[in-house]
Design a protein around this ligand. Structure first.
Ligand code: SAM
Length: 281
């Protein structure tokens, strides 16, 4: 196999099923000079499975700065290095951001080798809108901070995606029920690509019940997806205009938009845009 060009390769690996790796990823991992892995013992299993004998070195959140300097100096001397994480795409709730940033600052070529990622895998089969979505990573473990994050996202219209620990899945779902209400659809995507793969999409009130009453649904690796807040429909837009016109006759634009947004449960900037258009008519 020909040697890989001197560069930093960001290589996605499987999120469960070992077959979910690209031919190009195997070729790169076999031909680079060194593989930087989040946990070398964990990755050994994958590398052995594909008979990849490339040397490995650890790169995790506690040694990323100092390891990155060493790895980049090796690339500058002509070596090729691949970064992998324990599962899926590096940097997605995984180490590598400092390494990539430093590589780019030093004009080192960074080459992505795409593949599995739990966010995208879950979204593709959840039945929730994949047109626009926001990945929020892990929610804070403490209840107060978690609720604050959820409250900030209450009016988000894009599909929301979280990674969640099985230890906190019930508590998080209960908080989501409080903040988003029972009617919003949500999807629990568990153990993707593995033996006990499960995707359940239900209104939040029903999902909380199913998960709380079944300890099996509280196990393994979990992605949680929540439908975004419904957008103002065209028919509702006429109502927004009607309310804004009344308010605009009585008060300045900014105040009218703020009041309309809170009366109609919509985003302030959306109400502001409509108010602005009305004033310009
Ligand atoms: N870099 C990874 C990726 O591309 O998806 C994510 C790494 S993050 C440290 C690990 C979290 O991803 C898990 O706690 C879980 O929330 C989610 N995850 C990873 N593999 C999964 C799977 N097979 N099924 C469901 N969720 C998974």
């Amino acid at each position: 196999m020909k040697d890989a060009t001197a560069a930093l390769y960001i290589v996605a690996t499987p999120i469960g099923n070992l077959a979910d790796i690209s031919a190009r990823a195997i070729e790169v991992l076999s031909s680079v000079d060194l593989i930087a892995a989040e946990d070398t013992r964990h990755s050994k299993f994958l590398l052995q499975h594909y008979a990849i004998s490339t040397a490995t070195i650890s790169l995790h959140e506690h040694n990323e700065q100092q390891r990155s300097e060493m790895l980049l100096s090796r690339i500058m001397q002509g070596e090729s290095i691949a970064l992998i994480s324990d599962a899926g795409t590096p940097l997605i709730s995984d180490p590598g951001f400092r390494l990539v940033t430093m590589a780019r600052e030093q004009a080192i070529k960074v080459i992505p080798i795409p593949g599995a990622c739990a966010v995208i895998t879950a979204l593709s089969a959840s039945g929730l809108s994949a047109e626009r979505f926001a990945f929020e990573g892990f929610l804070p473990p403490k209840a107060t901070a978690r609720r604050q994050v959820l409250e900030r996202l209450q009016h988000e219209t894009r599909t929301l995606i979280f990674y969640e620990s099985p230890k906190r899945i019930v508590a998080s779902l209960q908080d989501m029920l409080l903040v988003f209400g029972g009617e919003r659809r949500a999807c629990l995507a568990r153990e993707l690509t593995k033996m006990f793969e499960t995707l359940i999409t239900l209104p939040l009130v029903e999902l909380v019940e199913v998960v709380s009453n079944d300890p099996n649904q509280q196990k393994g690796e979990i992605v949680l997806l929540i439908e975004g807040q419904a957008k103002v429909a065209d028919s509702d837009e006429m109502e927004v205009e009607r309310v804004l016109q009344i308010l605009l006759a009585e008060m300045p634009l900014k105040q009218a938009a703020t009041l309309a947004a809170s009366i109609l449960g919509m985003k302030k900037n959306k109400a502001y845009d409509i108010a602005l258009k009305l004033q310009q008519k």
